[in-house]
Structure formats: C-alpha cells, structure tokens
Design a binder for this molecule. Structure first.
Ligand SMILES: *Cc1c(COP(=O)(O)O)cnc(C)c1O
Length: 423
C-alpha cells in the first residue's frame, strides 16, 4: 500500500493540460516517477484483498506484444489474428469450464458479461412472449419476472438497472448462512422468469444450488444466468468441480479471466448456450456483416472497436494447459484452507465454510476485527481488506494470485497473529 508520501507524488499528475508539445521520453519518465510509487502491490503473492489476482509474466508479455500490434478486433477483416484467437480461446474456455458448445463474447469484466447474459435472456424471453424488445424496446412489453438472491453481487444489481429491468424491481430470494440462494424461497414457477444465480459468492465463495433451481423452473419459460466471476473456475479443477454441478443447465454465464486466471485487467467472457440468442441481441444488419466464414467479435457483444482481448488468455491457457489451470485453482484453495485452519487454531472465528479460495475471519467483535485489519495492513507485509458478512464485520481473505506460495500463506498467518498480540 502506498504511504502518504507516495500518495502526494501521485497528486503531481493534477496539472493544467500543457499548451506546448514535449519529449515523449520525458512524459514516460514522469509516468514512472509519479505513478509507479502510487500503485498497490497486488501482483505479488502476499496481496489477499478483494478478489484481485495477479498477472502471469507470459500474460503481461503477450499483452505488450498485443499492444504493439494495436489490432482492432471488431471484424475478422480488421484483424485476422484477433478473430482466430477469439474463436480458439472461446472454445478452449467453454471446454475447460464445462460449457462446451456455448457461444462466447469477450468483454471488459464480469459486470459487462453479466449485462450481456441478462440482455440476451431478456430479449429471448420477451421474444417467446411475442414481443420484439430488440426493435421495440421495453415500454409496453409483457411482464418479465426477475429473480435474484439477496446475496447477489452488486454488479448484478447494477446491470439489472442499465439493461432496463430495474435494480429494485427484481424479486429477492433469501440466502442461507453460506450465502447460497435458498430454493425453498423461490416464487412459484409458471410466468416467464429471468433468474440470476451465482458461482462463487464474493465473500464466502459459496455456490447456489443450480440443479434445484433448474428443477424448480423446468418446463416453464425461464432463463438462468450464472455470475461466475471467479467461481466458474472451480469447474476447471477436478477437486472443486462438484461445486458447479448443474451449472451447465443455465442459459448464460459470466466469468473474469483478470481475476483467477491471472491475466491483466479488461479481460472477461460471457457465454450463451444458444448462438441464436447472442445474435438476436448483438448482431447488426447486413451492411456490417463482413465475412461470414470468420468469427466477427462485434456481432457477438456490445462493442464495435475493441482490443484483441483473447491474446493474454490464449498465452496463459496455452502455457498452463488443462493440468496447470487445475493446479492454479487447487493451489489457491489449498492456501485458503491452510490460512483458515491456522487462524482458527489461533483463536479467530472463520465465518464461512472454506469451499474455495475465500476465507472470512472475525475477531471477538466488530471493533476488534476492524482493528485487526488495520494492524495487519500497518505491518506492510501482507494485505487483506474488510467486508460485511451477515451483519458482521469480517476480514476477507481471497487467495487469487498464482504467485502465492506456502511461505506467503504462512506470512499472512504470522502477520495476523502478530497484529493481535501487539494490540
Ligand atoms: C468481481 C465480481 C464481479 C464483477 O466483475 P468485474 O470484472 O469487476 O466487473 C461480479 N461478480 C462477482 C461474484 C465478482 O466477484
């Protein structure tokens, strides 16, 4: 974490737009001098904040090469390499994540990937009700019920607002102590319903009961979207794949590569089971069609011009292979379990079942937990942030970096124990 002096340096950027041109080298030096000290060391193995992840060196290097190519990946004719990598990586991801056959689109993050899935589901369900929302919009459309868990990620709420379904309008279903949607609380099936489920609660790492929800709505008009920003990756590790059982019965899925796959930011994907549903919402007219034998990214998602986002993911998947991805996921889970059991042994409370890479830690009361978070941070060796879990202040420990070793996990435990004994 940058200290006061570094934060002061960053404020050096606040200046008038220069009138005159200057030396590009001087500009780069200034970026490094003022900017580098103002960064957070989230690329190392000792950052456990949010669900952040790092970047594999091969991904960073691929990103640099991709930047120098400066390809516009909108259409195959604009960048053959981007179009081919998009198709290859989309298929690899579908295979790894158990979504074989689904159609994909690369977007900036899971917030947008959630919006892609919700938009495709909205337009499909309304089309089945005889309403063309793509052409005619939502004013005057038939009712569409939206069901979310009360433990859904904030980005889902946000996306519901900007795809016209309303932040407040959705039916909220209660979740259990682990943050899993409680299927006994679902509204009666029958009317057209868009359901949002979660693979990997951002605090506890828990998974919604996909099979039970799919069974509940079976035979009625519905669309299930899964927010799996990091949790979808459980499917790529045989030891955690059971958590995702039934997930393949959904209609759309969202995941980040910039979190657990450890590629640089601005890298996520949305998947839709039926390509027709992606095309209904995102395909533009014939004048823009390009060459139909090639994958055309701009007809599969919200953007036209876009960077070739598949590049870094290709580099990591090509390097790690299926086994390496499984080991990445399992390694994080193993460190999370080790941290949880050591902290429990030290007298702290672990507030969640550690099923994945997330650990929620509480001290005797909220004030003690908040002090603990501050005292760990002030040592400057490791970092984890705070969150609220079922009304209680917690320290949220997320193991999402490939760089975290056994020593790093132990360093975290040591920092927590020291933080408690010092105060
Ligand atoms: C991080 C996260 C999101 C949002 O993803 P962005 O890539 O930050 O847009 C959505 N859902 C869950 C569960 C997340 O962890």
């Amino acid at each position: 974490m940058p200290g006061p002096a570094e934060l002061d340096a960053v404020r050096g950027f606040v200046e008038r737009l220069p009138d005159a041109s200057s030396d590009p080298m001087e500009t780069l030096e200034r970026l490094d001098e003022l900017g580098s000290p103002g960064t957070v060391a989230s690329t190392g193995g000792r950052y456990f904040g949010f669900v952040t992840g790092s970047s594999f060196p091969v991904a960073t290097a691929a990103s640099w090469l991709g930047s120098t190519w400066d390809q516009n990946a909108a259409l195959g004719v604009m960048s053959p390499v981007a179009s081919v990598l998009d198709a290859v990586v989309g298929a690899w991801l579908g295979d790894l994540l158990g979504l074989g056959g689904a159609q994909h689109t690369f977007v900036s993050g899971t917030s947008v990937a959630n919006a892609v899935g919700l938009s495709a589901g909205r337009d499909r369900l309304l089309a089945d009700s005889g309403w063309n929302s793509v052409e005619d919009g939502l004013f005057g459309a038939p009712e569409l019920r939206v069901v979310v868990s009360d433990a859904a990620h904030a980005s889902v709420t946000k996306a519901l607002g900007f795809v016209g379904l309303g932040r407040r309008r959705a039916t909220q279903v209660a979740s259990d102590r682990q943050g899993r949607l409680d299927p006994s609380q679902l509204p009666i099936a029958g009317e057209p319903t868009l359901v949002v489920l979660q693979a990997g609660n951002v605090n506890s790492g828990s998974f919604d009961p996909f099979d039970e929800v799919a069974d509940h709505f079976a035979g009625t008009p519905h669309w299930i979207h899964v927010d799996g920003a990091f949790g979808l990756w459980a499917a790529a590790n045989p030891a955690t794949a059971n958590l995702t059982a039934g997930m393949e019965r959904a209609h759309s899925w969202a995941t980040d590569m910039h979190k657990w796959l450890n590629v640089p930011y601005d890298s996520a994907a949305a998947f839709v089971r039926d390509g027709e549903d992606l095309a209904r919402t995102f395909m533009l007219g014939a004048s823009y069609l390009g060459d139909s034998t090639r994958l055309e990214p701009m007809h599969r998602g919200p953007q036209m011009s876009q960077r070739a986002r598949a590049i870094e993911t290709w580099a990591v998947l090509r390097t790690l292979g299926r086994e390496g991805v499984a080991a990445l996921v399992e390694g994080s889970c193993r460190h999370a379990r080790a941290i949880a059991s050591a902290l429990e042994g030290a007298g702290l409370t672990i507030c969640n079942e550690v099923v994945l890479n997330q650990v929620l830690v509480a001290d005797t009361d909220d004030a003690a937990t908040e002090a603990l978070i501050r005292n760990v941070a002030s040592q400057g060796t490791v970092w984890a942030g705070g969150s609220t879990w079922r009304g209680r202040a917690v320290m949220r420990v997320s193991v999402s970096s490939y760089a975290t070793t056994d020593e790093d996990a132990q360093a975290f435990v040591d920092a927590v124990v020291r933080a408690r004994s010092d105060h």
